[in-house]
Design a protein around this ligand. Structure first.
Ligand SMILES: CC(C)(COP(=O)(O)OP(=O)(O)OC[C@H]1O[C@@H](n2cnc3c(N)ncnc32)[C@H](O)[C@@H]1OP(=O)(O)O)[C@@H](O)C(=O)NCCC(=O)NCCS
Length: 210
């Protein structure tokens, strides 16, 4: 017997946390999130457990839960999530090439005194796999990131825009992950006083053009 005959086909399903809250109520939503575990990044774990619902309700950011599911619907696991917020970024002319500068000029504004561009850009504010029960093995980081990017593309297809950015700790594995997925370093941001779950004193900032 072939493995394909005994292991069912699977697919991913995404759910907007706001929808989960309105369908199931806040207590059930909290219960779902309580099983999420991300020991490699406590900021990613704690955001989902203690801030995501409030931030979704107030519209500061929107969180999307990603489920792995068998096609027959018999099995379903929370495998990860991402959070998107509407922001803007400022990028120095000196850190980008001619093509990027042209795109920034077209979509944003240029400050000739400071030699920098400011442009609207959605922030991938959180992104992480669920390490509870080995669920992280059911999805790759690349697939999760692609889902966040596809969501942003869908929104930008309706309202315009080309840029997206994210911030990450100075961890070589994270740097390799984002750079291999086409993101480019453009700056560093000092941590706010309340960002206590993050390692180091600042975050690296990466952007890409979609
Ligand atoms: C970042 C992530 C989505 C990448 O997924 P992936 O490409 O499938 O890669 P893996 O999960 O297999 O991790 C690859 C390596 O990076 C390491 N790594 C992942 N996140 C890390 C982190 N936050 N800090 C340090 N190392 C990390 C893993 O331990 C692994 O190391 P190994 O090669 O020695 O086994 C996933 O690792 C993850 O969810 N990490 C925790 C959450 C996180 O840090 N998100 C980024 C927020 S900016």
């Amino acid at each position: 017997m072939k493995i394909s005959e005994i292991s069912p086909d699977t697919h991913f399903v995404q759910m907007n946390l706001s929808e989960v809250i309105s369908q199931l109520g806040e207590d059930d939503a909290k219960h779902i999130l309580s099983s999420f575990s991300c020991p490699l990044n406590l900021d990613v774990e704690n955001f989902l457990k203690s801030k995501a619902i409030e931030f979704s309700k107030r519209g500061f950011s929107k969180t999307h839960l990603v489920y792995w599911m068998t096609d027959d619907g018999n099995e379903k696991e929370l495998v990860g999530y991402y959070t998107i917020a509407s922001k803007f970024i400022t990028i120095q002319r000196s850190v980008i090439n001619y093509r990027e500068a042209r795109k920034l000029r077209e979509h944003g504004i240029f400050d000739s005194k400071l030699n920098e561009y400011t442009v609207a850009a959605p922030l991938i504010a959180q992104l992480g796999k669920n390490f509870h029960n080995g669920n992280n093995t059911l999805i790759s980081g690349k697939d999760l990131l692609q889902m966040a990017i596809d969501k942003i593309k869908m929104v930008q297809n309706e309202v315009g825009g080309r840029f997206v950015y994210l911030e990450c700790e100075e961890e070589q594995k994270l740097i390799d992950f984002y750079e291999s997925n086409n993101f480019k370093l453009f700056g560093k941001r000092k941590l706010d006083l309340d960002e206590t779950d993050i390692k180091g004193k600042y975050l690296l900032q990466y952007f890409t053009i979609l």
